[in-house]
Ligand binder design. Structure first.
Ligand SMILES: *[C@@H]1O[C@H](CO)[C@@H](O)[C@H](O)[C@H]1NC(C)=O
Ligand SMILES: *[C@@H]1O[C@H](CO)[C@@H](O)[C@H](O)[C@H]1NC(C)=O
Ligand SMILES: CC(=O)N[C@H]1CO[C@H](CO)[C@@H](O)[C@@H]1O
Length: 462
């Protein structure tokens, strides 16, 4: 239950992008799944819970976070998931020149199986600042605030506008987060600078952010341009809590759809589609026999959910621009791209869907969303869900006292309604147990893009 990096929340920014199209879908109750998918975020709240909290087995926790650096970070009046995250980011950037990047010592945190309400492990506050820069986390927070400001008017836009100005060195191009503990060290950071600039441009319309993107992208000597052009690695096909590349290309594509040859965004967004399309000669993902998309890396549903969202959004932009994607000799129309987000092979088009697979239409007949359908994971890798609620066990449960609950064969006492888990293996098998976190751990970065995917299918159903 550690704060799995503010990055994980930031995929929330994509919620504002949920696209529309006209395709027939049926069979699952997307509205029910959508409601639960959003409810999940209440189970992940840290801080003082508001009276509107619906997931009542969760209580206040981590009320003293930030006190070691004299900043109060607990949340008082959050009424919605986005506002909840936004409040946090506003507080974490409230001291000029400082950005709170993470709370909690990852080693001591992972050493305990403990309720968040009982946390007595080190709640160290890790900040980035002028002398300990951390571009990616700062730029991601800028992106999240910019996106939140589009969803509601809660965020004061001039906070955003001064962000790049106030944090020049924090956001400096060449800096690395060496000062942070392992959970916050990532392979690359430059993608986040573009992600932040693109969202700031979208929120403010200020040409300076667009200029920032274009200048850096056209500087072919810069390692970012190399990366985005994929001289290095396969990054154009990646999108998640670490790599933002496919997300940048899709987000920006809308603005350059009519000038596809002037910069690499459309080219790379097209290549992204071709990396997923089953019939594409350059496919780089695999599909399980049951039809689920797989990519290397833990918690596979993160890929299935986030890539589906991007496919849907990009197909929508293509549709508006009357464009198709060419993967070698294979032509991908917007309708075909959306059908891939729903399903797998061309032969079973419209019969099996990634979203329906996740909700239960799969060889095990199992929903991978907790609380949705009749059969879903009972022993998820989640501390609050595993341990008894404060209501039933008011006494403190110490660091190692939670182990018997972790090892128990009983289902978790608290149902974390709406939580998606990492999901089955690539032969469609799922072990319902807490040990394999890759399969049974829920994360905010899986639920967030799925909110957008479900909203899209729900809109087609009504
Ligand atoms: C940056 O943060 C580090 C670690 O908390 C601290 O030691 C340092 O003094 C700070 N630097 C500035 C310029 O505030
Ligand atoms: C954990 O789950 C992953 C993904 O399904 C699987 O590849 C791996 O073999 C599992 N590990 C163990 C120890 O069972
Ligand atoms: C590496 C690089 O080209 N960085 C540039 C990115 O854009 C800003 C704003 O235009 C420039 O100041 C950087 O030099």
């Amino acid at each position: 239950m550690q704060e799995m990096v503010s990055k994980s929340r930031i995929i929330l920014v994509l919620l504002g992008l949920a696209a529309m199209s006209v395709l027939k879908v049926a069979s699952q109750n997307y509205g029910d799944a959508l409601t639960k998918c959003i409810l999940f975020f209440e189970g992940q709240r840290s801080g003082k819970l508001p009276s509107t909290q619906r997931m009542t087995w969760r209580k206040d926790s981590a009320l003293h976070d930030g006190s070691d650096i004299g900043v109060s970070l607990y949340f008082e009046h959050a009424v919605a998931a986005i506002r909840w995250g936004t409040d946090y980011f506003l507080k974490s950037t409230s001291v000029p020149g400082t950005v709170v990047a993470q709370i909690g010592d990852p080693i001591s945190d992972h050493n305990c199986w403990e309720r968040p309400e009982d946390m007595d492990t080190l709640r160290t506050t890790y900040v980035v600042n002028q002398t300990h820069p951390g571009s990616e986390v700062s730029a991601e927070i800028a992106a999240a605030l910019a996106a939140s400001s589009l969803v509601s008017r809660l965020v004061i836009l001039n906070i955003l506008k001064s962000f790049f100005k106030e944090h020049p060195r924090i956001l400096q191009f060449k800096c690395w987060t060496r000062s942070l503990p392992i959970l916050l060290r990532f392979q690359w950071l430059r993608d986040e600078l573009f992600w932040g600039a693109a969202w700031l441009y979208k929120a403010t319309n200020d040409p300076k952010y667009w200029d920032y993107i274009l200048r850096n992208i056209s500087n072919s000597a810069s390692s970012f341009a190399k990366r985005l052009n994929s001289v290095v690695g396969n990054s154009f096909a990646e999108f998640g809590w670490d790599s933002k590349d496919a997300g940048i290309n899709v987000l920006v594509s809308k603005w350059v759809m009519n000038t596809p040859n002037e910069n690499p965004f459309i080219f790379n967004a097209d290549r992204f589609v071709c990396s997923i399309l089953p019939e594409s000669p350059t496919i780089s993902v695999t599909y399980s026999p049951g039809g689920l998309l797989f990519k290397p890396g833990g918690s596979n549903l993160q890929h299935a959910t986030s890539l589906s969202l991007l496919l849907i959004i990009y197909a929508r932009y293509l549709e508006q621009a009357h464009r198709v994607v060419s993967c070698g000799n294979v032509v991908a129309t917007p309708a075909r791209i959306i059908s891939v987000a729903k399903g797998r092979y061309a032969t079973t088009l419209n019969t099996e869907r990634i979203v329906d697979y996740i909700l239960g239409k799969n060889p095990l007949g199992m929903s991978y969303m907790v609380g949705y359908g009749n059969k879903y994971p009972q022993k998820i890798h989640h501390r609050g869900s595993t341990l008894p609620s404060i209501d039933n066990h008011p006494g403190h449960i110490g660091c190692h006292d939670g182990t018997p609950y972790f090892e128990s064969e009983d289902p978790n006492p608290n149902v974390l309604v709406g939580a998606l888990v990492g999901g089955p293996d690539n032969s469609d098998q799922y072990v319902d147990g807490r040990v394999n976190a890759s399969e049974s751990e829920p994360t905010t970065y899986m639920n967030a893009p799925f909110v957008g995917v479900l909203a899209y299918f729900k809109s087609l159903q009504s």
